[in-house]
Design a protein around this ligand. Structure first.
Ligand code: HEM
Length: 427
């Protein structure tokens, strides 16, 4: 076959399948061939151009005019008529938020909504994060064995996210189900039967977001990012639109917790698989902030993101036609040896660990990055203090929700001997 510019498609490019297990488990490793020899290629299975080297991925992020983020929340798998009908029945209308908004509206909206993300504002959330993590560790500390995702890593970021947004913390189990449906609906490859069930959950999620928003509008005086936006709306109605508020109410819940929960699970797995590194940070917790960056680099929770070319252009030496959809593989960029020495090694003292692209880059770079960092640091501080001798339950196989963007194990089993917990001998 040939690509849309008429060039022959290589065997590797033809075989690339972002839903395959190898990409879910090791996205960077599975694209080494591309970084080495064909750093920009057309994937006929996906209908996207795939970009895998650090400098190219960064260049795409840097120019959000040529490479628009408008497709960031587009369904990667077209849905069947039946699922479309379900979504219509719920009035599903996910449109522009921040992450998929073009300029100049995007930057006006981003600036207007930035204040709750400033370090001074984020500091208010730290005691809550600390308390939540401690309570969750209390619950498991004497059991000797736990699935950390189930017992802690999902709940903590979800509670923090709802608190940050100002959304009531009931219905957490339901929100978890909805969030999974949203990921599958937008970034996954559901079968026709799955599509209908997924659409049902996505529709309910959309309706739920609308109801929460309506209640908030009646009294928007409370704390949180959503009431803050509602209060701003009268001053800038063309920037903070009704459609924006409804869309971000749903997308924000997912953006703020799935990514962080997955990042925490990836980090703990990576550190425990590299035992000497885990022991190093147990012995010196000052290493934790950079360890968090190294874990986000090596084993991030966002593995790829999307852009669309608004004009004929070039990435590296490769010509890209107007309208080309791009999968920019941040996880591959983060393992590019042109940027990171020994990129597959875990080095918590790595000087440029923080140059990873897991939070994106440029105008749309993740607004929640410092909240996520705080959560990850506190989780590692508490676990290295209270369960320093925990280890992965051997022989477990990790499973992932097949999708093109998010990555984290669905379960993470660890074990330890409660008799050896430091607080038994040194309460
Ligand atoms: C945007 C990753 C946590 C809110 C993004 C983007 C990525 C990302 C890749 C798109 C960047 C781009 O297009 O250049 C992550 C990861 C997280 C995380 C890996 C956790 C480890 C959070 C949290 C929040 C949040 C906790 C909110 C409390 C946002 C928002 C945007 C965004 C509002 C849109 C920014 C814009 O388009 O201007 N994030 N995120 N994220 N994220 Fe996060």
């Amino acid at each position: 076959g040939v690509d849309p510019s008429g060039r022959p498609i290589s065997a590797n490019a033809a075989a690339f399948d972002p839903f395959h297990e190898t990409f879910q488990e090791d996205p960077a490793g599975s694209l080494r061939w591309s970084r080495d020899g064909e750093p920009v290629f057309y994937s006929p299975r996906l209908g996207y151009w795939v970009v895998t080297r650090y400098e190219d991925v960064k260049a795409v992020f840097r120019d959000n005019i040529t490479f628009s983020p408008s497709i960031a929340l587009e369904k990667v798998t077209p849905v069947c008529d039946e699922a479309t009908a379900v979504l219509e029945r719920y009035g599903y209308a996910m449109r522009r938020t921040l992450v998929n908004e073009d300029e100049p509206v995007h930057m006006r909206r981003r600036r207007a909504l930035m204040e709750p993300f400033t370090p001074a504002q984020l500091a208010h959330h730290e005691p809550l994060v600390r308390r939540l993590v401690r309570e969750h560790v209390d619950r498991i500390i004497d059991t000797g064995k736990a699935d950390l995702v189930e017992e802690m890593l999902y709940d903590v970021p979800l509670t923090v996210a709802l608190h940050f947004l100002g959304v009531p913390e009931d219905d957490m189990a339901m929100l978890r189900k909805y969030s999974v449906a949203h990921v599958v609906n937008t970034w996954g490859r559901p079968t026709q039967e799955e599509q209908v069930a997924v659409a049902e959950s996505v529709g309910r999620f959309w309706r739920f977001a609308g109801e929460v928003l309506d209640r908030m509008r009646q009294d928007p005086s409370g704390p949180g990012w959503m009431p803050y936006a509602i209060r701003l709306q009268p001053q800038m109605p063309d920037v903070i639109t009704d459609s924006y508020l409804h869309s971000i109410m749903m997308a924000g819940i997912v953006a703020a917790h799935e990514t962080t929960a997955n990042a925490a699970a990836n980090a703990i797995r990576l550190l425990l698989e590299n035992r000497p590194v885990w022991e190093e940070i147990c012995a010196d917790q000052r290493l934790i902030p950079n360890a968090v960056e190294e874990c986000l680099r090596h084993s991030g929770s966002v593995k790829a993101w999307r852009r669309i070319a608004t004009t004929d252009t070039k990435i590296g030496d490769v010509e890209i036609p107007k309208g080309a959809k791009l999968l920019i593989v941040t996880s591959s960029a983060n393992h590019d040896e042109r940027r990171f020495d020994g990129p597959d090694e875990v080095d918590v003292r790595r000087e440029n660990a923080g140059d990873h692209l897991t939070f994106g880059y440029g105008a749309h770079q993740c607004m929640g990055k410092n909240l996520a960092r705080m959560e990850l640091q506190i989780i590692l501080q508490e676990l290295t203090t209270r369960l320093p001798h925990m280890e992965l339950v051997p022989g477990q196989r990790f499973s992932y929700l097949p999708n093109i963007s998010f990555r984290g194990p669905e379960h993470l089993w660890v074990q330890w001997d409660p008799a050896r917990n430091p607080e038994r001998t040194n309460p």
